[in-house]
Design a protein around this ligand. Sequence first.
Ligand SMILES: [Mn+2]
Length: 330
Amino acid sequence: MRYTPESPEETPRFSGIGTFMRLPHTHDASAADVVIVGVPFDTGSTYRVGARFAPRAVRQMSALLRPFHPFWKFFVFENCRAADLGDVPVVPGYIDESYNRIQSALRPIFDSGAVPLMVGGDHSVTLPELRAAVATHGPLALVHFDSHPDTWKHYFGMPHFHGSPFARAVEEGLVDTSRSIQVGLRGSVEELYDIEGPKELGFSTITGDQLHEMGIGEAVRRIRSRVGHSKVFLSFDIDFVDPAYAPGTGTPEVGGFTSYETLKLLRALWDLNVVAYDLVEILPQYDPADITALLGANILYEFLSSVSRRISTSKLRLDGGTSAPGASPG
Ligand SMILES: [Mn+2]
């Protein structure tokens, strides 16, 4: 089997089974360098629900993606095998049981050495993703793009929801906060702790206001210096992006970032030693004209291209490490 997309010269892009970029579907992660994994769980949501439908919506819009990267100017599948593993099993309405099943399904993927691009789901799914990643890699640096820190202690006295995964991750020792950074935080909050809490836990933060002031270049410098050569879990909540560009999300916050700023930021971080990427909080039923799903597909494309470029430039070694972070787009 060729682990590349089907050719649009042989079958048109609107045809066939809807895998990511029309890649082959397999259950064997070890056959690929990068794997797409859907995590269709949204019972952790506190307001709008519907992120369970995001993996399908993003896959559908991903049919528009083409294999030659316009910025890096290379064929992303030339040295990189990619496959769509389908979705991990979840139990709608039962967060603890879903956590167990998500973690169990992801363990062999991390052990295979493939880099997963996980598409949720609400942000609660990042906790079992982190548990599975850390079982293979040990504690990870977190690079987290989001309007919200998701470090709330409880909700209705309950420990698990989409606002608490990083509070639990710190308690469980999954994340090295001294190497971690949260970027894009903004919007009204319940109390000052919601802004100061991440720093009390040891995270570095760049608020939305600060990011607008300092610009993408300075933010990239701070992120790179924060994580250094650490193994990274990169978690991207689509509400980092302004609702004008990403309306299909559960808890939108105004004053965010454009789709172009997002691409520029992610491209500049291509050579971080990321062992797992996730993309969460896309709600297709609030997404007119598939705007948000299209952006989501392109964000996954940047993740995939980053891994591919690390392989092509030999920055990704067999042990999963990378050489020194180097060139970034100007
Ligand atoms: Mn979030």
